[in-house]
Ligand binder design. Structure first.
Ligand code: HMG
Length: 392
């Protein structure tokens, strides 16, 4: 049951990058049967960042409409979750703070634990709001998933950012207090500081994810969590959307419920619509699943939704949230669909060119031509500093 004073997600907005590579185009290069992508992993396309886009510009595009709607008066904390950080020291959120002209009396910090840290940020935000219900916390989850060229993981790349305003008496989703946790030190996917792409053992990572579903669910049940029958659907972290199907199969087994593949498909389908065309957005992925559920149906008031968050390495959490009646009036469905629809398709050669030209790190001044369709851009790099500008 939600706590006496409900705390949760008051607003949710996401943005993705300006370019898109379809799996049909990718399959021309890899020679794979496109059905392997469309059906086998459940992916149709992947968002590709333009040269002047990064985790900060996507996060700014996601957060700006939230700030426009609610103002900054009650925001005292900005939590930025990412595993594709741009700096070892400075929080990406500080750049965002400046781009959005937020007041100086705000604490800004970055969180990391693979794809899980968006959920850590959400839970920490809820605790801060419970301590002082006058305050709001702006949570950002922003990532660019990048694997080695011609590796099995390449087909699961993607990019997106989610902004969530966490507050008391939220308009979208009230978080239920019970949560289930699972941590296991495992080498399934990681990215050493000297690498720009992840190292991954794909099969091991999928097995570790499913083991974490069991572990987090067991802990959730031991701590008074709701039975599975009371959850309208479950939003899963979606490294590729077929993983959500496998995860729900695992969960129904763990919960001792017999469910046909067809029933599992129809429970999961509303959660995958954005991720199947955006790709893995790591920390943002789970919350794109939530956006897809809410944007796709405005009659879910009072329904409870389950969430399973997984971050390789590994940390996982199962929790639930109650959809607030009237939430339909607060959705950003049209903007979300537009951010996906406006992406410019690129061919494999253009994708390769972007991949082969990373940002120079010689300390010199380098200007980056405008390519983004977003309102914020990375316009250059000088003396090892990223330079951003508002273009919208
Ligand atoms: P792969 O080895 O190229 O693919 O990579 P595959 O041969 O295993 O095929 C995939 C599926 O397509 C299989 O289905 C095939 O049968 C099917 P499954 O047996 O799994 O049900 N298939 C076809 N279906 C229809 N028509 C066809 C056809 N051909 C084959 N013609 C792999 C797959 C996922 C391993 C790869 O993409 C990879 O390494 N991905 C990256 C790692 C990953 O996503 N892991 C997921 C769990 S870990 C996680 O979620 C955390 C993460 O987000 C990072 C973080 O936390 O920070 C990754």
């Amino acid at each position: 049951m939600p706590p006496d004073l409900p705390v949760g997600i008051h607003d949710l907005s996401f943005a993705t990058s300006s370019l898109v590579l379809t799996h049909t185009e990718l399959s021309k290069h890899t020679g794979a049967n496109v059905a392997k992508y469309h059906t086998g992993i459940g992916q149709k396309a992947m968002s590709v960042p333009a040269a002047d886009e990064d985790i900060v510009t996507m996060a700014a595009d996601a957060a700006a409409p939230v700030i426009t709607r609610h103002g900054t008066g009650r925001i005292r904390t900005l939590l930025f979750a990412t595993e594709t950080s741009i700096d070892q020291s400075k929080a990406a959120g500080v750049y965002l703070h400046s781009l959005l002209r937020l007041p100086s009396a705000i604490r800004v910090v970055e969180l990391k634990q693979a794809c899980y840290s968006g959920t850590a940020a959400l839970q920490f935000a809820a605790a801060l709001v419970a301590r002082n219900p006058e305050e709001q916390v702006l949570v950002l989850a922003s990532d660019i998933a990048s694997y080695d060229l011609d590796s099995p993981g390449e087909a699961t790349q993607g990019a997106a950012a989610v902004a969530m305003l966490v507050s008391a008496k939220p308009a979208l989703v009230e978080l239920c207090p019970a949560t289930g946790l699972h941590t296991d030190d495992i080498a399934d996917f990681w990215r050493p500081n000297y690498r720009s792409t992840a190292v991954v053992d794909g099969k091991k990572s999928a097995a570790a994810y499913l083991a974490a579903v069991d572990g987090a669910w067991r802990d959730y049940q031991a701590r008074g969590g709701l039975p599975l029958e009371q959850l309208r659907t479950v939003c899963y972290h979606q490294p590729f959307t077929r993983m959500a199907f496998k995860a729900h199969q695992q969960l129904t087994n763990a919960a001792g419920i017999k469910s046909s593949n067809k029933a599992i498909e129809s429970t999961i389908a509303p959660t995958t619509r954005y991720n199947e065309t955006i790709g893995n957005s790591y920390t943002a992925s789970l919350y794109l699943a939530l956006a897809a559920v809410l944007d796709g149906n405005d009659t879910l008031g009072e329904e409870t939704i389950g969430f399973f968050s997984y971050g390789s390495g590994s940390v996982a959490e199962f929790f639930a949230g109650r959809v607030v009646p009237g939430y339909g009036d607060r959705l950003r469905t049209r903007a979300h669909r537009e951010t996906i629809a406006r992406r410019r398709p690129i061919d494999y050669a253009a994708y390769l060119k972007l991949r082969e030209h990373p940002l120079p790190h010689d300390g010199g001044m380098h200007l980056i031509p405008r390519q983004t369709q977003g309102n914020f851009r990375l316009c250059g790099i000088s003396n090892h500093q990223r330079l951003y500008e508002v273009v919208g």
